[in-house]
Design a protein around this ligand. Structure first.
Ligand SMILES: [Zn+2]
Ligand SMILES: [Zn+2]
Length: 449
């Protein structure tokens, strides 16, 4: 038998121990496609694994390939794909969805029954599926490898064809964009998916997490943290028609970038740089109000004054996970607002202004990865408008087409650095430093072939 061809993978063996290794390239299994990976964006969770060998509670238990923001081109089809997925052929360019839910199926492909039915997959919330295997994550064991490889085999139903107008690196951004589409649906400013749910292998149920009437119209949106995720939150909120989009960060350069590139609303002051807390405080501690709560109130009041939004914001995307920002976000809300918790940071808060949140009727909304977002993400990246394409009889006029081309161009500005797979280690080191050798800002680093 001839030896199997090999594919090079960047494999993480432990903290900062990233090795390029040849891996045997098996033929795709039935229902899978083989792909050449073209672009993979590095994200914060990849960086945590790279630096520490773990991401929060999830430690790698065996060598792991990172990368889950990916696009590629189909190079071979497994058995059954041609008949079941006629839109997937060799040469088709795709965005790759890296979370593979159980779809309420047993491993032999039969439907789960009785108490074994997966209610999350059945309810179009497959991001919560207990059996979901996410490529590049150590949450489940055995781990499923990620996309920092030359070639991979992947489930055909998790591949989303992209039009010629969308580049591979833009298509890789469908993943972080999906995170924000999901969070925006959860926060009530984005309509539900109008496609059949990917979590269901049979029925044509559509997303149940939100109503299709969700709208950003008239909403004022505040984003904490303008790294890649927060910037996408800003761009998407504007695209969805938010009345105003403002941002808070501790990094003035990032805020200047957000304002200059119009991720935030161009009228008025739309960015606020959060001062770092003083190391020593001369104030007497107030037992009724912990210092971090007092500071959160003060920072919120200052920010709302700068934004000239004394009544606060309707929707907040907390993309830092930092305790100081989570606390501050509560005091930046208007009555009846929603705070979407997008950032993963402090696992536990030392204090929380629960009565302020309760009496303002603030909804604190958890948001984890995404479900049924890729179709809309690819539509947005290819220049169509969710608002017009999702309403019956809607059409895209010339003005909107210009605006929407602007959306994908705006997102492309997030890609600040590109490396080949052979320099994946250098790419991670750059991401960790946050500045390149010329002092340039590092937002999204792409591994490309
Ligand atoms: Zn990620
Ligand atoms: Zn499931």
């Amino acid at each position: 038998m001839p030896a199997l061809p090999t594919s090079t993978a960047a494999v993480l063996h432990g903290p900062k121990d990233l090795r390029l290794e040849p891996r045997p390239l098996w033929a795709p299994e039935p229902g899978q496609c083989q792909l050449e990976v073209k672009s993979t964006g590095l994200c914060g969770s990849d960086l945590h694994y790279y630096l520490a060998g773990r991401n929060g509670d999830f430690a790698i238990r065996s060598p792991l390939v990172l990368g889950h923001e990916s696009s590629g081109v189909i190079t071979a089809l497994g058995a059954g794909v041609a008949s079941q997925y006629p839109h997937l052929r060799v040469g088709v360019r795709v965005a790759i969805e890296c979370g593979i839910p159980c779809r309420s199926l047993n491993s032999d492909g039969s439907a789960r029954t009785g108490k074994d039915v997966c209610k999350h997959c059945s309810n179009s919330r497959y991001n919560l599926c207990k059996n979901l295997r996410f490529c590049s994550s150590a949450k489940t064991f055995p781990h499923r490898d990620g996309m920092l490889q030359q070639k991979i085999n992947h489930e055909a139903w998790c591949l989303h064809p992209i039009p010629d107008s969308v580049s591979y690196s833009q298509a890789a951004l469908a993943e972080p964009l999906s995170v924000l589409l999901h969070a925006s649906r959860r926060a009530g400013i984005c309509p539900a998916s109008s496609y059949p749910s990917l979590g269901s292998s049979t029925s044509f149920s559509t997303t149940s997490t939100t109503s299709t009437s969700s709208s950003a119209a008239g909403k004022k949106v505040l984003v904490f943290g303008v790294g890649a995720i927060g910037l996408i939150a800003c761009a998407l909120a504007q695209e969805l028609g938010a009345e105003r989009v403002c941002a808070v960060d501790i990094n003035n350069d990032r805020l200047a970038f957000a304002a200059r590139e119009r991720f935030t609303t161009s009228e008025g002051n739309s960015t606020y740089c959060l001062p770092l807390p003083p190391k020593i405080t001369s104030m007497e501690p107030n037992p009724k109000e912990p210092e971090n709560i007092r500071r959160a109130k003060e920072n919120a009041a200052n920010a709302l004054a700068v934004f000239d939004e004394p009544d606060g914001f309707d929707v907040i995307f907390e993309c830092t996970g930092a305790e100081s920002c989570v606390l501050m976000s509560v005091f930046c809300t208007t009555l009846g607002a929603r705070i979407a918790l997008v950032g993963m940071g402090s696992p536990i808060l030392s204090s929380f202004p629960i009565s302020a949140a309760a009496t303002r009727e603030v909804d604190l909304i958890g948001s984890f990865r995404y479900a049924d977002t890729y179709n809309e993400a690819v539509e947005l990246l290819s220049g169509s408008n969710l608002l017009t394409s999702s309403c019956k009889g809607g059409h895209t006029n010339g003005v909107q087409a210009v605006q929407n081309a602007g959306f994908s161009q705006k997102l492309s500005k997030l890609v600040t650095h590109r490396y080949p797979l052979s320099q994946a280690k250098e790419a991670f080191e750059l991401l960790a430093r946050g500045r390149d050798e010329n002092g340039g800002m590092v937002l999204k680093v792409m591994i490309e072939s």
